[in-house]
Design a protein around this ligand. Structure first.
Ligand SMILES: [Zn+2]
Length: 299
C-alpha cells in the first residue's frame, strides 16, 4: 500500500464533483404486457460488458516483483472494469482510474506511471443505452487508486465489500489508523455515503451460483476475485490484481507493495487450484493479451 499512497501524493488527482447523470425519467412509459410476459418466460442470459477504465504505462516495473527481476522493464497495462448483466440486476466490478483523466491527455503519476483514459464509465454506459441508475450493485477487487477512481459516478448503488477491505479503508474505532495519503483517504471517503453490504469470505451475489465474489487476500487485506458462470464461456475468473501480467502468473511474482506476500502466495495457490478444477478461463484485468481478445464482451 505504501507505494500507492506515495504515488497518490504526487498526483494531481482529486475527486471531481459528481458528474453522473443519475437518472431515468420518471415518466418512462411502461412496457407492453406481452413483452413483459415474454421476458419472464425467457430471462436474459448472463452477459458481461468489458469497460475500458484507463491505461497505465509503467516505465519501471521493479515494484511489481519482490524477486527484483522486473527492474528496468516497462509495460503497458490495461485498466478494466466489468459490467455484469444478470437477470436480477447489474453488478459493476471495479471503478478504474479517475474520470477526470478524460480529455487530460497522458499524465505522469508517481514517476513510474503514465496514465490516460478515453471515456468515463458513465459515457460507456451511455453507449450501451444505460445510466449509472441501472447499476444495482458495486464491488471492488480491492481499494487501490486504479480500481476506485470513478466512485463519483455510481453513488446510490449497494456496495458489496469484504469486511477486511472495508476496515482497511475505514479502520474500526480503536484500531490502528493507516497512514494513508490524504488524497487516497479522500477517494476512500467518497465511499462513505454508499450502503455497504459487508461480506466475509465468499459471496454468491444473486444466489444462483452464477456470480461469486471470492476473497483472495494478499494484495490488500480483502482483495477478491470474481467467478462467473457464463452461458457460452463457462467458468470465468476475473483475477483482480492477484496478478498484473501474464509473466507474474507464470513466475508467481509478488509486487513489493502488496499488503502480505505470504497471503498473496496462499491466494495464488487457492486460485490456481480452483481454476484448474473448474477448467476456468482466467482474465488478468491489467493484461492486454487477456483483455483485447474479448472484444468488449464476455458471454
Ligand atoms: Zn490495479
Amino acid at each position: 500500500m505504501r507505494l500507492f499512497h506515495a504515488l497518490l501524493a504526487t498526483t494531481a488527482f482529486t475527486l471531481a464533483p459528481a458528474c453522473a447523470p443519475k437518472s431515468a425519467p420518471a415518466d418512462t412509459p411502461s412496457e407492453p404486457a406481452a413483452e413483459i410476459v415474454a421476458e419472464a418466460e425467457a430471462p436474459a442470459p448472463l452477459t458481461v460488458n468489458v469497460l475500458d477504465c484507463g491505461s497505465l504505462t509503467v516505465t519501471d516495473l521493479d515494484a511489481f516483483s519482490s524477486a527484483g527481476d522486473y527492474a528496468g522493464q516497462t509495460d503497458t497495462l490495461t485498466d478494466t472494469c466489468y459490467l455484469i448483466n444478470h437477470p436480477d440486476g447489474r453488478l459493476l466490478w471495479d471503478l478504474g482510474l479517475p474520470g477526470m483523466l478524460v480529455g487530460a491527455g497522458e499524465q505522469t503519476v508517481g514517476g513510474i506511471f503514465k496514465v490516460s483514459m478515453g471515456k468515463t464509465i458513465t459515457q460507456q454506459l451511455a453507449d450501451l443505452g444505460l445510466t449509472p441508475a441501472d447499476i444495482k450493485y458495486l464491488s471492488l477487487s480491492h481499494d487501490h487508486f486504479d480500481h476506485i477512481g470513478q466512485i463519483d459516478q455510481v453513488q446510490g448503488v449497494t456496495w458489496i465489500v469484504q469486511e477486511d477491505e472495508y476496515n482497511d479503508m475505514f479502520p474500526p474505532e480503536g484500531a490502528a489508523t493507516q497512514a494513508a495519503d490524504p488524497q487516497l483517504a479522500a477517494m476512500w471517503a467518497a465511499f462513505r455515503p454508499l450502503e455497504p453490504l459487508k461480506i466475509k469470505g465468499d459471496h454468491d451475489v444473486f444466489g444462483d451460483g452464477t456470480v461469486k465474489i471470492l476473497e483472495m487476500p494478499g494484495h490488500t487485506p480483502g482483495h477478491s476475485v470474481l467467478l462467473l458462470d457464463m452461458p457460452e464461456s463457462g467458468p470465468v475468473l476475473l483475477a483482480g490484481d492477484l496478478y498484473h501480467r501474464k509473466e507474474s502468473r507464470t513466475l508467481r511474482r509478488v509486487p513489493r507493495f502488496n499488503w502480505s506476500e505470504p497471503e498473496t502466495l496462499a491466494s495464488m495457490d487457492k486460485f490456481e487450484a480452483l481454476a484448474s478444477e473448474l477448467g476456468a478461463k482466467v482474465i488478468l484485468q491489467h493484461e492486454p493479451d487477456d483483455v483485447e481478445p474479448l472484444g468488449g464482451v464476455i458471454r
